[in-house]
Design a protein around this ligand. Structure first.
Ligand code: TXE
Length: 482
């Protein structure tokens, strides 16, 4: 299937006849050649989705929920193969890819439930203060939607978009990242295997400049949901502004982790490491700015250095590996560029800072920690999207909150404290879409995902994720006519 695109329920050749090489980032070997779509293929995919919308949008929520549950069960049945496919292409340890697949299954099941509940929400009466009139509301699918996803959590970010879009009654064109298309293409095979009507899901691989921009500019697309860089988010927004169309943007982050003076230092060490080195730090929600109370900084930094240097790097499939390579050469170069810049700025390295030793091939970088990073350093302010942690100390709760909020981004934050009232008080003052107190980054289908400030527009997951694909319609008429 890799040399074809999934359009109108079928595997079809790309009109350009061109292909894109897909790389295993641990070995740098080409593991597949996928068909590279073109604007002509986007046209075909959008036409198929438009035709399918006619009947799919009229199905009941219960019918759509049954398809979503069937997809969840198919993913479950093939979970191990999907995880392996994802690891081999993204580079993440197999244990992490398994968590991704479980997250995707939970998301499909959750939106099956919301689809089923949708029928009872139709034609709901809206009480009016004005006498003599009756009004009711309906929730109708937005139309054909375009979904553009990145490479850091393939199959998961995709589930967060595709499942609610289908639950709402939308049909769609998915554009996977050109870096990690393999596991995404499996969704076409899964859709076929559960008998999803042709054209409801279409998948067109290809570059952002060809396929992504053709999708955002297409006149028959009702809405775009995009996850990726701020740079491309701006381009997508400009394209949609010309057509006055809806969009959701999930963009970058530079999230803070606040460690208060009463923190349990061993637990704090685990949570800090998880927040920055999971997925080799390639997380929009990475807690990449560490703020530590000055009274515990020396002890905590000592633990962090030891735990970081003990992390096992390696190939996704090697037993016990805790961190894989960066997912692409481009990302490797970006992250190394930031590390070199930090060194040029004279920042103090606690550990790391080099291409990892012992690997002849692969985009491996040592997990890296810089301390006492000035707030005007690019490393403190910009999203690095790699295993690089920047640390500063604070002396009071108020200073910690000010430093945490001093960012263009506002996606997530972590707080570590044994004083629950203090942690809650701080959480209420942080400008971020999701705040974790004394925990790793738990993302559940029921909770929202998205950010304040330049981290994006709108929310995914939860009922908000479904609302993004629904239009609200009111029907109002005189009571006398009823
Ligand atoms: O993202 P791009 P890249 C951030 C992170 C990273 C940086 C660059 O900081 O270092 O982005 O990553 C498609 N019209 N995040 O270059 O280019 C592209 O094909 C429409 C944060 O990989 O934004 C891919 O499918 N689409 C992020 C998707 O956009 C276009 C996750 C994302 O690619 C397009 C990934 C165009 N003109 C990176 N150009 C997060 N929020 O989690 C590209 N694309």
């Amino acid at each position: 299937m890799y040399d074809t695109l999934f359009i109108n329920g079928d595997w079809v050749a790309a009109s350009s006849g061109k292909t894109l090489a897909v790389i295993n980032p641990a070995t740098e070997a080409v593991i597949a050649e996928v068909a590279a779509g073109s604007p002509a293929d986007i046209d075909s995919a959008v036409s198929a989705a438009k035709a399918a919308f006619t009947h799919w949008s009229k199905t009941s929520g219960a019918q759509r929920g049954a398809y979503l549950r069937a997809i969840a069960r198919r993913i479950e049945a093939g979970a191990e193969e999907l995880a392996a496919l994802s690891s081999g292409n993204n580079g993440k340890p197999l244990s992490e890819a398994r968590i991704d697949i479980d997250d995707a299954i939970a998301t499909w099941d959750y939106y099956a439930g919301l689809a089923e509940q949708l029928d009872a929400r139709q034609n709901a009466e809206v009480p009016l203060a004005m006498p003599g009139y009756r009004s009711s509301s309906r929730l109708e699918p937005a139309g054909v939607v375009g979904l553009i996803v990145p490479w850091n959590f393939p199959f998961v970010t995709t589930a967060w978009k595709v499942a609610p879009a289908l639950a709402a009654g939308c049909t769609l064109v998915l554009k996977p990242s050109e870096i990690t298309p393999l596991v995404e293409l499996q969704l076409g095979a899964i859709a076929q295997s559960v008998g999803l009507p042709a054209g409801v899901i279409n998948i067109v691989c290809g570059s952002g400049s060809d396929v992504g921009s053709a999708l955002t500019a297409h006149p028959d697309i009702a809405k775009i949901s995009f996850t990726g860089s701020n740079r491309v988010g701006e381009i997508v927004m400009q394209s949609l502004a010309k057509q006055v169309k809806g969009l959701s943007l999930e963009l970058g982050g530079k999230s803070p982790m606040l460690v208060m003076d009463d923190a349990d230092l061993d637990q704090a060490t685990d949570w800090i490491l998880g927040g920055i080195f999971y997925n080799a730090g390639q997380m929009c929600s990475a807690t990449s700015r560490l703020l530590v109370h000055e009274s515990i900084a020396p002890q905590l930094l000592q633990r962090l250095k030891a735990a970081t240097e003990a992390l096992k790097l390696g190939d996704a499939f090697e037993e016990g590996v805790q961190m894989g390579p960066l997912t692409s050469k481009a990302q490797f170069d970006t992250v190394m560029g930031y590390i070199e810049r930090g060194q040029a700025e004279g920042l103090t390295l606690l550990t790391g800072g080099r291409r990892a030793e012992g690997f002849e091939r692969g985009y491996f970088i040592e997990p890296t920690i810089f301390v006492d990073v000035p707030t005007d350093s690019a490393l403190w302010r910009e999203e690095i999207f790699g295993p690089v942690l920047c640390v500063r100390t604070f002396s009071s709760e108020a200073q910690a909150i000010t430093l945490a909020n001093d960012s263009d981004f506002g996606l997530a934050a972590g707080i570590i404290s044994q004083d629950n009232a203090k942690a809650q008080r701080i959480a209420e003052q942080l400008q971020a879409g999701h705040i974790w107190i004394n925990s790793l980054q738990l993302v559940c289908p029921e909770t929202s995902w998205g950010g304040f400030k330049r981290s994006g527009i709108g929310r995914e997951l939860g009922p908000w994720g479904l609302a993004a694909y629904l239009e609200v319609k009111h029907i109002t008429q005189p009571l006398a006519e009823l």
